[in-house]
Write a protein that binds this ligand. Structure first.
Ligand SMILES: Nc1nc2c(c(=O)[nH]1)N[C@H]1C(S)=C(S)[C@@H](COP(=O)(O)OP(=O)(O)OC[C@H]3O[C@@H](n4cnc5c(=O)[nH]c(N)nc54)[C@H](O)[C@@H]3O)O[C@H]1N2
Ligand SMILES: Nc1nc2c(c(=O)[nH]1)N[C@H]1C(S)=C(S)[C@@H](COP(=O)(O)OP(=O)(O)OC[C@H]3O[C@@H](n4cnc5c(=O)[nH]c(N)nc54)[C@H](O)[C@@H]3O)O[C@H]1N2
Ligand code: SF4
Ligand SMILES: [Mo]
Length: 694
C-alpha cells in the first residue's frame, strides 16, 4: 500500500471498533482518512455502517491515544510514568516474565485478552504455548463459547443462521443485532430476511425496535430462557410437531429428552418465565411449523450460570424441528482454506495443557481451553491451585468487563508484574507496570475472524501510519517472543504471520486483499455422508460426552435467584449502540449520543421509588453499590431494571483510575455462583435495589 498517495479510496473490512466485519471504503488524502463509507459490494454488510464505524478515523487521531511505551514510576495506579523506547519496555517485560518463570514456573504467568480484534488473539495464544504457560484467559465464558461449545458437543459444529437463503421465520432470541452487530452477522442480513417476507418472533425482556416490528414479542423474565426452551420442547414433542424422520434417523436420546421436558408444562413454564401459557404454546407451534426457521441467538443467553444448558436446550429445538443444517435454518459454517488454528498457535508445544490449567481443579468442560477470569483472579488472591504472579493483558479492560470489579482490582493490584497493551490509558492499563501503545485498524495489515467459528476471514490492509511509536499487537507480541528467547517461533517482520495463516489458500496477502473475503464452499447436510461429528454420529440431545465428564447429559434449567425484600428488582443489561463494551467514551461524536450512564426504570417503579428522569440514583446488590442516572421507559417490565454497562470516565483524570467504580455495573456482579460447565457467573438476572439519593 502506498500510504503517501495524495488521494485514494481503499476497500477494507471494519473491526477493532467491534468485530462485526462490515465491508468499508476508506478514502485518504495526504495520509489522513477523510471519509469512511459502507461498501455496497460486501456480502456481509452490503453497504451498512454503524455509528462506531463512522467514528473510526476520529478514534485513530484522538489526542489521548497512547503513543509511546511507558514504565511505571510511582505507586501502582498513581499515574506517574516514564516514556521509554520499545527496546527498554520489551527488555524489561521479558526480564520480569523470565524471572517469574524461573522462580515459580511458566504457569505463574497468565496471558489475557478481551474480545478478539484480529490475528493478535492467536499470536497471544502462540506466545503462551511457546512460553510454556497453559493459562490463556479471556471473556469466552460469557461470550460465544457457551453457544459454540454446546453446538460442538451436540451436533459437532456451531450452527450459524443462514441469512443467504430465504427463510419463513426468524426466532430472535436474546440478540439485538440492530444495535450490537455480531461477528459476521450484521444487522443488514437480518433486515434483508425480514424484507424478504420472514416473520419475526422476539424473545427479549425489553420492547426494543425488533420487538416493535415483530409478529410476536415474548417479554421474558431475565435469565429464564432455558425454561422457555424446555417448555417449547415439551409442546413440540407432546403435540407431535417435531420432524419425525430427522429425529429417528439423526438424533440420540429423544426418549430421554421427552422425559426431561415433561414437567415443563405451559403453566409451569409460564410461571418461570413471566409469559402466558398461550404465548409458549403459540411460539412452539410457530417455530416447529414454519419451514425453514432460523434462530438468531445472542449473547444474553450466556450471562447466567445456566448459560451452557440454555444453549443446549436451544440446540435441541433446532434439531428436533429439522432446522439444523438446512437452507434457511441454522447451518454449518463453510470454513475458508487457511492454517489450522492448532498449528498456528503451536498447540503441540503444550500437549498436557488441560491438566495444567488453573481451571483444571474446577473440572470445567475438558475442551474449554480458556481459563475464565474469575478463576485466574481467585488464584492470584489465594495461591490455589498454584501461585499466579504476572499477567500480560492486551485488548482487555477487565476492571470494567469482568465480574466483581473490586475483587478484580484487588487481584490485579497484588500481582508482582502486570503489562498492558492498549490504544488508550484505561483503568486496567493504569494499574500496570508497563503500558504498551498498540496500533489500531487502518494502521497495519491485519486479518479479521481467523480462528473464529463463523466461516470466513477478511482482509484489513494498512491505510495510514500509526501515531508516534504505536505498534500493531502482532508486532509487539512477536518482538516480545524474541526478547523472551523464543525467536525461532516468531517473525522478524509481522507480515510473515499473515502469510503463515494464508499458506493453505495459496494466496499472498496482496492477493487476499484483492479478494477482500475468503470463505469455503457452502454445502448443506454434509452429515448425510458419514454422520454428525459427535461420538455417535448423531445430534446428541443426550450427550454421551457430557455424561462421561460428569455433567447433565440432557438440557436442564436452574432458576436465577428470586428478588427479595432488600433486593426487589431484577437487573439486566444490553450492549450500547455507540460504544464497544467499556471502550470509546473519549470519542466526542459517540459520547454526545450517550453522555452519561443511564439506568432504565419502568414509570410505575419510578413512581414508587419517587425518582424522576435525569436524577442520579444508587443501585445496590450484596456485592456493591454504584450510581447512574434514571431514564424512565415503558419498554421494560416494572420488576426489571436495565443497568448501563461499561462505564468509566476518561475525562476524570484527577480521580482514582478515572472513576472506574462509580457507575460500573460489574461492581454489582459476583464471580460466584458460577456455571459448572464453563464458570459463567450472573452478569444479568441478578436481584438489586434502586435507592433515591437524599
Ligand atoms: N456486566 C457485563 N459484563 C460483560 C458483558 C455484559 O454484557 N455485561 N459482556 C461481556 C462480553 S460479551 C465481552 S466480549 C467482554 C468484553 O470485554 P473487553 O474485551 O474487556 O471489552 P472492551 O471494553 O472492549 O475492552 C477492550 C480494550 O481494548 C482496547 N483496544 C481497542 N482496540 C485495540 C487494539 O487494536 N489493540 C489493543 N491492544 N487494545 C485495543 C480498548 O481501548 C479497550 O480498553 O465483556 C463481558 N462483560
Ligand atoms: N455497539 C456494540 N456492538 C457490539 C458490542 C458492543 O459492546 N457494542 N459487543 C459485541 C459483542 S462482544 C457481543 S458478544 C455482541 C452481543 O450482542 P447481543 O447478542 O445483541 O447481546 P446484548 O446486546 O448484550 O443483548 C441482546 C439483547 O438481550 C436482551 N436481554 C437482556 N437480558 C436478557 C435475558 O435474560 N434473556 C433474553 N432473552 N434477552 C435478554 C437485551 O434487552 C438485548 O436486546 O455484540 C457485539 N456488538
Ligand atoms: S457494526 Fe462493527 S464492523 Fe460494522 S461498521 Fe460498526 S463497528 Fe464496524
Ligand atoms: Mo462478547
Amino acid at each position: 500500500m502506498d500510504l503517501s498517495s495524495p488521494s485514494q479510496t481503499i476497500p477494507t473490512s471494519c473491526a477493532r471498533l467491534d468485530h462485526g466485519g462490515c465491508g468499508l471504503l476508506v478514502t485518504t488524502e495526504n495520509g489522513k482518512i477523510t471519509r469512511i463509507q459502507g461498501d455496497p459490494e460486501s456480502p456481509l454488510s452490503r453497504g451498512y455502517i454503524c455509528p462506531k464505524g463512522l467514528a473510526g478515523a476520529a478514534r485513530n487521531t484522538h489526542p489521548d491515544r497512547l503513543t509511546t511505551p511507558l514504565i511505571r514510576e510511582g505507586a501502582r495506579g498513581a499515574g506517574r510514568w516514564r516514556a521509554v523506547s520499545w527496546e527498554e519496555a520489551l527488555g524489561y517485560t521479558a526480564d520480569r516474565l523470565n524471572q517469574i518463570r524461573r522462580e515459580t514456573g511458566p504457569q505463574a504467568v497468565v496471558f489475557a485478552q478481551g474480545a478478539p480484534k484480529g490475528l493478535e488473539h492467536f499470536v497471544l495464544i502462540r506466545l503462551a504455548n511457546v512460553f510454556g504457560s497453559p493459562n490463556v484467559c479471556g471473556p469466552q465464558h460469557v461470550c460465544h463459547m457457551p453457544r459454540e461449545l454446546a453446538g460442538v458437543l451436540t451436533g459437532g459444529f456451531f450452527p450459524v443462521p443462514d441469512y443467504d437463503t430465504p427463510t419463513s421465520l426468524v426466532l430472535n432470541w436474546g440478540s439485538n443485532l440492530l444495535r450490537s452487530n455480531e461477528e459476521g452477522i450484521i444487522s443488514s442480513r437480518l433486515v434483508r430476511s425480514l424484507k424478504g417476507g420472514a416473520d419475526l418472533i422476539v424473545v427479549d425482556p425489553r420492547k426494543n425496535h425488533l420487538a416493535d416490528i415483530s409478529q410476536s414479542h415474548l417479554q421474558i423474565r431475565p435469565g429464564s430462557d432455558g425454561a422457555l426452551a424446555l417448555g417449547m420442547l415439551r409442546v413440540i414433542i407432546e403435540e407431535g410437531l417435531y420432524d419425525r424422520e430427522f429425529v429417528e434417523k439423526w438424533t440420540l436420546g429423544f426418549a430421554e429428552l421427552r422425559d426431561r421436558v415433561r414437567p415443563y408444562t405451559p403453566e409451569m413454564t409460564a410461571e418461570l418465565t413471566w409469559l402466558t401459557p398461550q404465548e409458549i404454546i403459540q411460539t412452539a407451534w410457530t417455530y416447529a411449523t414454519s419451514k425453514p426457521a432460523l434462530m438468531q441467538w445472542g449473547n444474553a443467553l450466556e450471562h447466567t450460570p445456566n448459560a451452557f444448558q440454555a444453549c443446549r436446550a436451544l440446540l435441541c429445538l433446532m434439531a428436533v424441528t429439522g432446522n439444523l443444517d438446512v437452507p434457511g435454518g441454522n447451518i454449518m459454517p463453510a470454513m475458508p482454506p487457511v492454517a489450522r488454528l492448532a498449528d498456528f498457535v503451536k498447540a503441540a508445544l503444550l500437549p498436557d495443557k488441560a491438566q495444567k490449567m488453573i481451571s483444571r481443579s474446577h473440572r470445567l468442560l475438558p475442551n474449554f481451553m480458556v481459563v475464565p477470569p474469575p478463576l485466574v483472579l481467585q488464584a492470584i488472591r489465594s495461591g490455589d491451585p498454584y501461585p499466579v504472579r504476572a499477567m500480560y493483558v492486551q485488548v482487555y479492560n477487565p476492571l470494567l468487563t469482568c465480574s466483581q470489579s473490586r475483587e478484580t482490582a484487588e487481584a490485579l493490584k497484588s500481582l508482582d508484574f502486570l503489562a498492558a497493551a492498549d490504544i488508550f490509558m484505561t483503568p486496567t492499563a493504569a494499574l500496570a507496570d508497563v503500558v504498551l501503545p498498540a496500533a489500531t485498524a487502518y494502521e497495519f495489515d491485519d486479518m479479521g475472524h481467523f480462528g473464529l467459528a463463523h466461516g470466513w476471514v477478511a482482509a484489513r490492509p494498512q491505510i495510514v501510519s500509526p501515531p508516534g511509536r504505536a505498534w500493531p499487537d502482532i508486532q509487539i507480541l512477536s518482538a516480545l517472543g524474541q526478547a523472551l528467547g523464543h525467536g525461532e517461533h516468531f517473525w522478524p517482520d509481522y507480515h510473515q504471520a499473515l502469510e503463515e495463516v494464508l499458506g493453505p489458500s495459496g494466496l499472498t496477502y496482496n492477493q487476499f486483499q484483492g479478494k477482500k473475503i475468503l470463505t469455503g464452499p457452502k454445502e448443506y447436510g454434509q452429515y448425510r455422508d458419514g454422520g454428525f461429528k459427535t461420538p455417535s454420529g448423531q445430534v446428541e440431545l443426550f450427550s454421551s460426552r457430557l455424561e462421561k465428564w460428569g455433567f447433565d447429559p440432557l438440557p436442564g434449567f436452574s432458576p436465577a435467584p428470586e428478588p427479595s425484600l432488600h433486593f426487589p428488582l431484577l437487573a439486566t443489561s444490553r450492549k450500547n449502540a455507540h460504544y464497544f463494551h467499556s471502550a470509546y467514551r473519549q470519542i466526542e461524536a459517540l459520547r454526545k449520543k450517550h453522555p452519561e450512564p443511564l439506568v432504565e426504570i419502568h414509570p410505575r417503579t419510578a413512581q414508587l421509588l419517587g425518582v424522576a428522569t435525569g436524577e442520579e440514583v444508587a443501585i445496590v446488590t450484596p456485592t456493591g453499590r454504584i450510581r447512574q442516572q434514571v431514564r424512565i421507559t415503558e419498554a421494560i417490565d416494572p420488576r426489571v431494571v436495565y443497568i448501563d454497562y461499561g462505564w468509566w470516565f476518561p475525562e476524570k483524570i484527577n480521580e482514582e483510575l478515572f472513576g472506574w467504580d462509580q457507575s460500573n455495573i460489574n461492581v454489582l456482579t459476583a464471580h460466584e455462583p458460577m456455571g459448572k460447565e464453563m464458570g459463567t457467573p450472573y452478569l444479568r438476572a441478578f436481584p438489586c435495589r434502586v435507592e433515591k439519593i437524599r
